[in-house]
Design a binder for this molecule. Structure first.
Ligand SMILES: Nc1nc2c(ncn2[C@@H]2O[C@H](COP(=O)(O)OP(=O)(O)OP(=O)(O)O)[C@@H](O)[C@H]2O)c(=O)[nH]1
Length: 241
């Protein structure tokens, strides 16, 4: 019999699905980019389906959610990261950024089509990721956000495609404010890519943890409990009559 072996947080042997438990794949991703490009708006749009106009400048919130992607359960952790400005000048910013990169298995590198500097900043972030993760196949999607703001566009779509080709990343242009589905597709795509990458780098079909299946009472059980709850009242009312 093959016994499960523990490695870090992950149970490496195949975990049997039972009526009481199901397996989930652990997925950790980071959303990175310059300040104000819409990182938080994207995450909130994905998690709540709502577009909320204004956020406090973020200092590195971590969001957790159980999601199902193509039938597979995933325990997703999304690291929102602060919008760095001049990384080289600030030692604590660099340390923070490297910590976020280290703990992530895939990345959304976001720029705004209305902000040329945020586009140029992607190359810089990419270099940092390459330094931390020597594996060149780590999934990275470059996301051009605010595609609705055509009248103030500074970065043409072609430049995004060109950069992605050069860096060996995927590319997508979206508008978080206008199209919720596109945002969800980006996150789902990255989940799938991370899952594939985990499988190919460990040689395992699945890497995850086991979760108790939420109990949903069946009808017979409900009827039985209903009867039990009613019975003293029935007795009491027939005694009073
Ligand atoms: N028009 C438009 N505005 C957007 C879009 N996405 C985000 N915004 C706006 O851009 C602003 C910045 O969004 P945030 O989500 O706070 O950006 P951030 O990258 O998390 O910023 P920091 O926390 O400073 O790093 C907000 O006013 C959002 O409403 C979009 O697709 N279209």
């Amino acid at each position: 019999m093959r016994l499960p072996t523990m490695s870090g947080n992950f149970l490496l042997a195949p975990i049997p699905e039972t009526a009481d438990y199901f397996t989930v794949r652990d997925i950790k991703m980071a959303v990175m980019g310059a300040g104000g490009v819409g990182k938080t708006a994207m995450i909130v749009r994905f998690l709540t389906k709502r577009f909320i106009g204004d956020y406090e400048s973020n200092t590195g919130n971590l969001y957790s959610r159980l999601v199902a992607v193509e039938g597979e359960h995933m325990a997703l952790q999304i690291q929102d990261t602060p919008g760095y400005v001049k990384v080289e000048d600030d030692v604590s910013q660099v340390a923070d950024m490297l910590r976020f990169i280290q703990s992530s298995e895939g990345f959304l590198l976001v720029y705004s089509v209305t902000d040329l500097r945020s586009y140029e900043y992607i190359r810089h972030l990419h270099q940092h990721i390459r330094k931390v993760h020597s594996d060149s196949k780590i999934p990275i999607i470059i996301v051009a956000n605010k595609g609705d703001l055509l009248h103030v566009r500074q970065v043409p779509s072609d430049s995004g495609i060109q950069l992605a080709n050069e860096l060996g990343c995927s590319f997508v242009e979206i508008s978080t404010s206008e199209n919720c589905q596109d945002v969800c597709d980006v996150f789902h795509h990255l989940c799938k890519e991370i899952g594939k990458h985990q499988s190919s780098s460990t040689g395992e079909k699945r890497r995850g943890s086991i979760m108790p299946r939420p109990k949903s009472p069946n009808m017979q059980d409900l009827k039985r409990r209903f009867k039990q709850a009613l019975s003293p009242k029935i007795k009491a009312s027939s005694a009073m009559a």
